[in-house]
Design a protein around this ligand. Structure first.
Ligand code: PLP
Length: 407
């Protein structure tokens, strides 16, 4: 009897707005259905991809009978941490050479953000964090639940489907001194709109002059442009000035390790002594949360990053993924142009990374799902990585119909 349950008063929670798209997709029996909701790479054949270099690394790990399954330290695999810091800050980063960086292995990007947020909520003097409007939906919850007060700064201008740079500067300029600012290192999710190098430089100057603390979310290094170095440019610019920052890294997309949950949180400090004290406190955050991180995924990453050959193979495979996504942008743009779909669609080729923020409204999205079995988040974000040469025409037909038939 339900009424006898001590949990009888539990209210059903809504589906996650992003993962819920896949739940709805799975229930659809149409053979033509297409899931452009979740941000996971697909091949031209629409299949998930395990990188060749990842398979190779896993094989090596399995064949190495000296490997055991002991617990990792609280901060994770030492090699993995060192190599992850080098990957994001650059091999010749003075901050690394001066031991001013502490890196802890965390549960992918999400876990890295959460550990950083918990640390800041406990130890940082300013509990306000500014996140871009819009941003990845989980940011608000991660930072809010950690105890930070979450505020938004202007980022996207629907009129231009580009950056609201003036609004961004005004909002950060008005933020209380010391505020934390969440910045997407590259391939801003969901908009696909990144500042230019010159704009990053202005953001850096403003933030440093006001003592705002940068917290970079790097979920797409190498995935945006195909170059690991270019995609870390924003982060490196902030580290080069000698100031402090946090960076959360994910290997979900760029190594295709989604379900392995591999990531890292780095904190760049002013001195080695501060960095080591910070690390001691990060351990106190992690220990009661999940004790220590899993070993397998981090071992795959470390195996690849420390071997020159495997590293090179990875960069080639990574670039191929990035290039395929970029080619889908052009194909979709061309398909809409060929159909004479009303409106300016050039943002499809201007935006960068996994997603296109189409500008389609909630009703148009609902129409495309109902009539064309195409699934995406209700804000009109589509994963370009979920498209293929075969499905581009279907999507273009659906967008054309939505724009011409639904206001
Ligand atoms: C902006 C951003 N941050 C962080 C993440 C975290 O992903 P994960 O926890 O799978 O590494 C994502 C994934 O979609 C993302 O888009």
């Amino acid at each position: 009897m339900e009424s006898s349950s001590v949990f009888a008063n539990i209210v059903r929670a809504p589906e996650d707005p992003i993962l819920g798209v896949t739940v709805a997709y799975n229930k659809d029996s149409s053979p033509h259905k297409l899931n452009l909701g979740v941000g996971a790479y697909r091949t031209e054949e629409g299949k998930p991809l395990v990188l060749n270099v990842v398979r190779r690394a896993e094989q090596m790990l399995v064949n190495d009978s000296s490997r055991v399954k002991e617990y990792l330290p609280i901060v994770g695999l030492a090699d993995f941490n060192k190599l992850s810091a080098k990957l994001i800050f650059g091999a010749d980063s003075p901050a690394i050479q001066e031991n001013r960086v502490t890196t802890v292995q965390c549960l992918s990007g999400t876990g890295s953000l959460r550990v950083g947020a918990e640390f800041l909520a406990r130890h940082y003097h300013q509990l306000v964090i500014y996140i871009p409007n819009p941003t990845w939906g989980n940011h608000t919850k991660i930072f809010g639940l950690a105890g930070l007060s979450v505020k938004a700064y202007r980022y996207y201008d629907p009129a231009t489907r580009g950056l609201d740079f003036q609004g961004l500067l005004e909002d950060l300029g008005a933020a209380p001194s010391g505020s934390i600012v969440l910045l997407h290192a590259c391939a801003h999710n969901p908009t696909g709109v990144d500042p230019t190098i010159e704009q990053w430089e202005q953001i850096r100057q403003l933030m440093r002059s006001k003592g705002l603390l940068p917290f970079f979310d790097s979920a797409y290094q190498g995935f945006a442009s195909g170059s690991l170095d270019a995609d870390a440019g924003s982060v490196r610019m902030f580290v080069a000035d000698g100031g402090e920052c946090l960076a959360a890294q994910s290997y979900a997309k760029n190594m295709g390790l989604y379900g392995e949950r591999v990531g890292a949180l780095s904190m760049v400090c002013k001195t080695a002594d501060v960095a080591s004290r910070v690390e001691s406190q990060l351990k106190l955050v992690i220990r009661p949360m999940y004790s220590n991180p899993p070993i397998h995924g981090a071992s795959i990453v470390a195996t690849i990053l420390k071997d020159r050959d495997m590293y090179n193979e990875w960069t080639v495979e990574l670039k191929a993924m990035a290039d395929r996504i970029i080619s889908m942008r052009q194909k979709l743009f061309d398909a809409l142009s060929a159909r004479g779909t009303p409106g300016d669609w050039s943002h499809i080729i201007k935006q960068i990374g996994m997603f296109t923020f189409t500008g389609l409204n909630t009703e148009q999205v609902a129409f495309m799902t109902k009539e064309y079995h195409i699934y995406m988040t209700s804000d009109g974000r589509i994963s370009m990585a979920g498209l293929s040469s075969r499905t581009v025409p279907l999507l273009a037909d659906a967008i054309h119909a939505a724009v011409t038939r639904v206001g």
